[in-house]
Write a protein that binds this ligand. Sequence first.
Ligand code: ZN
Length: 417
Amino acid sequence: MSSDPKRMAVVLAAALLAVVPAASARASDHRQSAGAHIASALRGSPVYVDPAYGTAVPPSRQRRLAAEIKRTRLPIKVVLTPLTKGDAFDGESDVLADVVHDRLPQRELILITTDGDFPDTLNGYEWPSDTHQTEDAVRATAFLDETREAGLADMTAKAVRLVAEGDGTKVYEEATKDLDGPSPEADAAGATKSASHGPRSWPWLPIGGAALTVLALALVGGRLAARRRRSRTAAVPELVFATARAADETELRRRAETEVLALGEATREAPVERTPALQRALDAYTAAGTVLDAARGVPDLAGVLALVAEGENALSGAAAPLPLCFFNPLHGRATTRATWRPLGRRDRLRVATCPDCASALARHRPPEVLTDTGPDGRTVPYFEVPARRSVWAATGYGSYGSPTEQVNRGDFTRSLS
Ligand SMILES: [Zn+2]
């Protein structure tokens, strides 16, 4: 069996050599114009998203991605476009990457693209090669627990972060080490991984020249795709709950980060003369950054969202803006205010609530509340934590106090000790 693939490869390579020149003249124009279109868009923003992905990665999300890329100070560009056999790039992200790179003025480039075989996976390329472990960093996103169910936008954001961290190979190896169990295909998969790093693992490669390289890459790509297909279904059922919780927090942290970035951007862009509460927005932005940096868990991350909401309210100039839902800020913006008497207490509180919680109160049912860890280690509704230990209990996430004021006068930092 060992010599057959080699023979076949040579035959196929010869066939490819015969076919390529005839087809290439027609395909070339289409390819160059598609490449030019993408490259020209990339001069305005580091993120190009084909209209087909406009729902998965809407313009607001594209701007956030662009802001995240800017923060890395790396020459990262992102191209999210459907790739299918017979299109301008013949469904090959490698071809897309080369064409786009040729069309851009910059020689140093890190490119993250969609994959031709799997629309929900990404590929990474870089020039000069192997400077930021980009290939592994981007590929790792297909294997991480936290991105297993992530959409294209979150996956791309994670890829950007992993490239920026510069430790992609280790992350990739960590993420895939449990997948290479004692399965009959494990060896082939292992060989594929090293082969994908360079042609030296293919001893018969020099025989056929360029076309054979194309063929080798196609074979590697095919096996890599098969490997991805296996690994993405390789869930570990007994760990689902624990990882789901971890993913919740990871997802929330990511959301908090992007919201803070967006608030910063909105604050910078706000016209000074028409934004009387600009200083309050800036204060909220500062407070959100403080909490984000030191956030210990979900209640603090929810606090970041509450601070961002305070900042947005300041920018909006609305007369009596509402904060996030008092019972659980993760419910989103409050739409109304309600009077509520906590169980076992005489005094009533005036709180802002989302529609679901308002309707629960109206039916005398307990709303779904955000919990925190009380002083004795028990899980309690967050507002039952003593106020000196929690800015969130002290303010109801903005329902009866300003988290921004308390954070900026040091209450949050003090509560950490
Ligand atoms: Zn609610």
